[in-house]
Design a protein around this ligand. Structure first.
Ligand code: GCW
Length: 684
């Protein structure tokens, strides 16, 4: 039985047919080499139609084979999960079938065997776009916003619809089913009628692909947009205003996902402005959304300038409220307790907040990891984070299990990633930054995946010769070395930027280059690097032990004691938790100063190695992408050298110890490095 062709979807489809040059536009969904296939599917829906078309377009199985797409109950399949059967895909929902089709096609392309059940770990797998109405993207390095144009141009064009469909398709192919389309530093006008019309248009395009739209809202919208005298969440007029706005949204977008809120954080308004709590604020919005099935994602990214340790803040403010939130509220918590640093231990709220649903927020865009200039694959960082044992319900309480519903039952589970997508031809600015978008989607579906597998899949899909099953020389000469480079790239970045637990020593503003010295007069201390590194003649590091800020005590045992004791604290977090003398003996026998210098050197050396790896694979890569990545790597290498020289020369003023003689000497002067203004602020 065949399905009716949805004309609208077909028009969009034609627009997606790619050009052949390797611009990176096609992401991991490159065309080529499809065989004829018969698709048998019962029922009809726009989503099922998309599933059918994907098969017709990308089938690499037996020519003339038959694939059955079947909606049926299956005891092992949950939500939008699916089962790959010998004859095709079985799922409970049309979206499940679409996901199954993508999996099937990906397995054909990567040579992995097909079969079995796959269920999503998190129910909501969401991108957060920090996109502003004027078309700029906060911390975006892949070009301007794909959703907002700026000026008064809210009118929706065909080109907009094509773009959004291509975006939705990419998300659907990796299981992402939600998107917050505006910045958490939200503009009140997104809730006004002209904006909501555009929101509706976006939602209409995304819907067949199973991607729901959410909005960030500003807590003071009732006063700013509604002209009410207050935005107090307990004021009846405010409550009524939000209810009416929410109803207005659902009239246009019946499957609207809900709100994301940044409140009482970095100057944003919030319930505390009216003497109310985060729970009062979140619950008021949750009550407005509940009748329509919407949720509130309330961010725990808060830090008071008065607190003696910023890393303690989210926990201190939110733990007392555990259990006081409505069932349709999820607390959205960044992976680390400070702010998306190159490496942080997990935020202690994970595993501790048990009576309220908690969702991880990862940062796909590389605000603190080299923008779209450095080649940094974030899979290993997220793997480390998701697998960290919180001990929240005894051993085996990984962050993933503490948030995906396995350990603590809540009505909703979710995970978010701050998107790295923009109008650039290759979407993300750097070809390899696409791998981070891909990895986020794959881990949101299955947080147990190893980053090695993810890198492998992504490379095969993105770089294998078009239309051919990858194998032989390509695997040996391209896949192996490039995968190795990806898997080392995050640790390399940690080493040339902030090894051994150092954090937030960026120059202010752009967060790209080093600025351990950066401390303009009058700036709040927790916005300056010296607050974090605490370097002085006596040593370096932030004392968060029981004798210091006592942040360690926010972790469950045995972690609290393990982090507290310098002997048992993992070296990767050493200076996060301890202030130690420069002469402190490391496990290797080196002094802390020498170990630090070795780390900086080895980080830099690995980037130089990456250059060699890339140059060697030239015969296996198209000219366009080869040249683009090569050029980014040159800059990456130069800037890694700047990181190393700047940090070592700066810290040496306190350690007064020689850079170990076996290491390369700095090649730049500290005074010159300190003068660099913002040559790195440009996104590419
Ligand atoms: O990491 C910091 C960024 C801000 C961002 C903030 C947040 C959207 O520097 O640009 O604002 O976090 O997450 O709210």
């Amino acid at each position: 039985m065949t399905m009716r062709t949805t004309i609208g979807a077909w028009v969009l489809w034609m627009a997606l047919v790619p050009a052949r040059a390797e611009t990176g536009r096609e992401l991991w969904l490159r065309e080529g080499g499809g065989n004829p296939v018969d698709v048998v599917a019962a029922g009809e829906s726009a989503t099922l139609e998309l599933a059918r078309r994907e098969l017709v377009r990308g089938w690499r199985g037996k020519a003339g084979g038959t694939v059955r797409l079947e909606i049926a109950a299956d005891a092992e399949v949950r939500g939008d999960g699916y089962r790959l059967t010998p004859s095709g895909v079985r799922a409970r929902t049309g979206l499940g079938l679409l996901y199954g089709v993508y999996d099937l096609l990906s397995r054909q392309r990567t040579g992995r065997p097909a079969g079995g059940v796959s269920n999503p770990a998190y129910a909501r797998r969401i991108l957060n776009h920090w996109d502003n109405p004027d078309g700029t993207v906060e911390r975006g390095y892949g070009g301007r916003s794909i959703f907002w144009r700026g000026g008064d141009s809210l009118a929706v064009t065909d080109a907009d619809r094509e773009l959004w469909a291509a975006y939705a398709r990419a998300n659907a192919s990796i299981g992402i089913n939600g998107t917050v389309i505006n910045n958490v530093n939200a503009a009140p006008e997104v809730l006004s009628a002209p904006y909501l019309e555009r929101v509706k248009a976006i939602a209409d395009v995304l819907r067949p692909w199973g991607v729901r739209v959410y909005l960030s809202v500003k807590f003071s919208s009732p006063a700013q947009l509604g002209k009410l005298p207050t935005s107090d969440p307990l004021d009846g007029r405010v409550v009524a205003w939000w209810k009416e706005r929410v109803a207005e949204i659902y009239r246009r977008v019946p499957d609207f996902g809900g709100f994301l809120v940044k409140a009482n954080s970095e100057g944003q308004p919030g319930p505390q402005d009216f003497g109310r709590t985060h729970a009062d604020g979140a619950n008021m919005l949750a009550d407005a959304l509940a009748p329509h099935g919407g949720i509130v994602m309330w961010r725990a990214f808060v830090y008071d300038p008065e607190d003696r340790d910023r890393a303690r803040q989210a926990f201190s403010e939110f733990m007392p409220l555990d259990g006081r939130f409505r069932p349709n509220v999820i607390i959205q918590v960044k992976n680390g307790p400070v702010d998306f640093q190159p490496r942080e231990p997990f935020n202690p709220l994970f595993g501790a907040m048990k009576k309220t649903a908690v969702m991880p927020e990862l940062q796909i865009t590389q605000e603190y990891l080299g923008h779209s200039i450095h080649l940094v694959f974030l899979g290993p960082m997220w793997e480390e984070f998701l697998q960290s044992d919180t001990y929240g319900a005894g051993p085996g309480s990984s962050v993933a299990r503490a948030t995906d519903g396995s350990l603590f039952g809540h009505p909703h589970s979710a995970i978010a990633g701050v998107a790295n997508v923009g109008l650039d031809a290759n979407w993300c600015g750097h070809h390899f930054a696409q791998a981070n978008w891909y990895a986020f989607g794959r881990l949101a579906w299955d947080p147990g995946l190893a980053s090695r597998e993810i890198a492998d899949e992504w490379l095969r899909l993105t770089f294998a010769p078009r239309g051919e099953a990858p194998g032989g020389a390509w695997e040996e000469e391209f896949l192996g070395p490039v995968r190795g480079m990806m898997l080392q790239s995050w640790e390399a970045a940690v080493d040339y930027m902030m090894p051994l637990g150092l954090h937030h020593i960026f120059a202010g503003g752009h967060h790209y280059g080093p600025g351990p010295w950066y401390a303009p007069k009058g700036m709040r201390p927790d916005w300056t690097p010296p607050y974090y590194h605490q370097a002085d003649a006596g040593g370096i590091g932030f004392d968060r032990t029981r004798r210091g800020s006592d942040a360690v005590s926010q972790y469950a045992e045995p972690l609290a004691s393990r982090f507290d004791d310098v002997e048992t604290c993992p070296e990767k977090y050493l200076l996060w938790f301890h202030h130690l003398p420069w002469t402190h003996r490391m496990k290797s026998g080196r002094t802390l100063w020498d170990a630090l210098a070795h780390r900086y050197q080895s980080g830099l050396e690995r980037v130089r190695e990456f250059q060699k790896v890339w140059d060697r694979v030239e015969p296996h890569v198209d000219a366009e992408r080869f040249a683009a990545v090569q050029s980014k790597l040159r800059r990456h290498c130069r800037d890694a050298q700047i990181w190393k020289d700047a940090c070592l020369l700066y810290f040496q003023q306190f350690s007064r110890m020689p850079i170990p003689y076996e290491l390369e000497r700095p090649v730049q002067d500290l005074e010159e490095l300190m003068k660099i203004e913002l040559p790195w602020s440009h996104h590419n």
